[in-house]
Write a protein that binds this ligand. Sequence first.
Ligand SMILES: [Zn+2]
Ligand SMILES: [Zn+2]
Length: 245
Amino acid sequence: MTIRGKEARKLAGVLVARRLGQRILDLVFPARCVGCGASGAFLCPACRLALPPAAPPRCARCWRPWRDSGPCAECRLSPPPFDGLRAAFVYRGVAQELVRALKYRGTTALAPAMASLMAETARQERLPVDVVVPVPLSGLRRRTRGYNQAEALAGALGGELGLPVRPRALQRRRHTPPQARSADADERRRNVAGAFRVRDGEVAGLRVLLVDDVTTTGATLAACAQALKEAGVPSVWGLAFARED
Ligand SMILES: [Zn+2]
Ligand SMILES: [Zn+2]
């Protein structure tokens, strides 16, 4: 047999092994749609279409449903520290399933798919940003869960938008309890006020895109934005995958 033939056989062998490897992976970890369970992908085309978009009319600043695109009553009364907040979807249905799967089942394979949907929103809204920063988990929660879902989204989003990611620009000062669903907006703000600090030099002079998986009142994003602004960051936009209306 010629050298060429040998090489071709070796290459064919590698390809077969690779295909077999992929098939075994698919058998062990079959990609199933988070919405309907159909096999083949983590989000099937039908469930992708069923995602509830966070469509206008919404407050231009905080993105809560509002009668027009002007600032809502709350933003007029006390403007939030961020320049604006956007969310791709409303936190229900398939959008809720995706956020839960990313957070509690540790399906980091979902982050690229979710980030590409967030990138569409960032482009549509022409968010003026230079760098991507995730909302940090407390050290305690990170240790128990193993990874930060906001960081997984931020990493993939940076790739989508061609922007640098600074996962450690923000740090939690102390452990804050998970936000209770019953807490009102004021209570949530009090719980997270002063909870974050900015690492020197990480984002100095850059326009920041703050990333979280889900936002309710925007209190956590506001506390992060406050810390960034106090550290001299010129502009802060928040972007969440989903928003609780
Ligand atoms: Zn599906
Ligand atoms: Zn508002």
